[in-house]
Design a protein around this ligand. Structure first.
Ligand SMILES: Cc1cc2nc3c(=O)[nH]c(=O)nc-3n(C[C@H](O)[C@H](O)[C@H](O)COP(=O)(O)O)c2cc1C
Length: 370
């Protein structure tokens, strides 16, 4: 179904002034300060909560409500079928942990105990805590939230955003009644969220994905992936998006929870190259290749699935970030990462984007003199 996109419908739905969403970051890279700064600036700040316990989620929403009176989003991952249930058998795991041993030893990190390898909070408990805490907006990735969640959110007046990587996923989210849909192109940084077709059939670039989703759904569309400045925003809006979701470029801002080694790589020529890899978490994600990705390339398909590989790698990732060693850190980045990264505050970066919106100020839409 094709519907005209009136410019303000998403702004009205979300209660924001500018069509700019700061994408959520899972894995500890979000911060309350970042989300609040973006919301206070008239965009929509987001916080990625997928590793948080239900209690932590309750506390998070209280903190966010105290930090901003404007709307904000909290994000959860919908689990893929069977994802959080089965631990691989110990023998199958041994060969793999042996491969990682040199990295643990080099960094002085400790491998997690077998029983801790699937230690993720249950989605149902997370989502119940989140609904009860009632943030203004909840966004989901990796799937369609259950019917009861959609109904309960509606009862509580919470706006729901879903994330699609293909047109089919967008239609499924639209049919399920999500209020707005992120069109997440394969350009985007971080984990891919494909949930209907195999990942390799779900890698559509933002420029191709956005207009097709805009034609196919009635809900407002949010373009994500490879957008870092006014030129990207203008292109996305011209393609039929109602707003944009920017991730990587917000990672470089002072308030983001990204490590210094990570921030320092973004916005440099090294960030012009990104790859999709399962090596850091067991789920495919886009980041800047480093020594770990190159050394372990032969095991891309062999590493255990998420969340087991994620738990095995966590001590390595954390120790490497703390020791300032980017060669072992998951340097998540989208394909426009090299455009980002002037070390601005989130408020300054958002103000720069707002100045570059269509009809406002600098017609080149470029943040830097080129
Ligand atoms: C480090 C990192 C973590 C992310 N974590 C999540 C997440 O937990 N949930 C989610 O919906 N999107 C997540 N994303 C996607 C972003 O919210 C956003 O859609 C994406 O980064 C946009 O593409 P860009 O990186 O090219 O700007 C993450 C992205 C990055 C870079």
């Amino acid at each position: 179904m094709t519907l005209p996109h009136s410019p303000g419908r998403l702004g009205d739905l979300l209660g924001i002034d500018h069509p700019i969403i700061q994408g959520p970051f899972g894995g500890g890279l979000s911060s309350v300060a970042l989300a609040a700064a973006v919301s206070e600036g008239g965009g929509l700040g987001s916080y990625g909560a997928h590793i948080l316990t239900p209690d932590a989620i309750t506390g998070l929403v209280t903190e966010l409500k105290a930090a901003t009176s404007r709307p904000f989003a909290v994000n959860l991952w919908v689990p893929l079928e069977g994802e959080r249930s089965a631990l691989p058998d110990r023998t199958a795991l041994t060969a793999h942990t042996e491969r990682l041993r040199p990295y643990y030893e080099q960094l002085g990190a400790t491998a997690p105990a077998y029983k801790d390898l699937e230690a993720l909070p249950a989605f149902d408990d997370q989502v119940d805590a989140l609904l009860a805490a009632a943030p203004p907006v909840i966004s989901f990735v990796m799937g369609i939230p259950p019917r009861r969640v959609i109904d309960e959110a509606r009862r509580r007046g919470i706006v729901l955003i879903g994330t699609a990587t293909t047109v089919d996923e967008a239609v499924a989210l639209d049919d399920a009644g999500l209020d707005a849909i992120v069109a997440s192109g394969s350009d985007a940084g971080g984990h891919r969220g494909a949930f209907l077709a195999p990942l390799r059939e779900s890698l559509v670039g933002t420029f191709s994905l956005v207009p097709q989703i805009a034609d196919a759904v009635s809900a407002p569309v949010i373009a994500a992936g490879g957008i870092a400045d006014g030129r990207g925003i203008r292109a996305a809006l011209a393609l039929g998006a109602d707003a944009v979701q920017i991730g990587t470029a917000f990672l470089t801002t002072r308030e983001s929870g990204a490590s210094d080694v990570h921030k320092r790589r973004l916005g440099t020529p090294a960030a012009r190259t990104t790859v999709l890899t399962r090596l850091f978490s067991g789920r495919t994600a886009r980041g800047i290749p480093n020594r770990f990705v190159r050394d372990m390339a032969a095991y891309e398909d062999a590493v255990p699935p998420y969340p087991v590989q994620n738990a095995l790698m966590q001590p390595i990732r954390r120790a490497a970030a703390a020791q300032g060693r980017p060669e072992y850190v998951n340097l998540w980045a989208g394909q426009a990462a090299a455009l980002a990264g002037d070390g601005l505050s989130a408020r300054e970066y958002l103000a720069q984007l707002v100045k570059e919106l269509p009809g406002r100020g600098d017609p080149s839409g470029s943040p830097r003199a080129r």
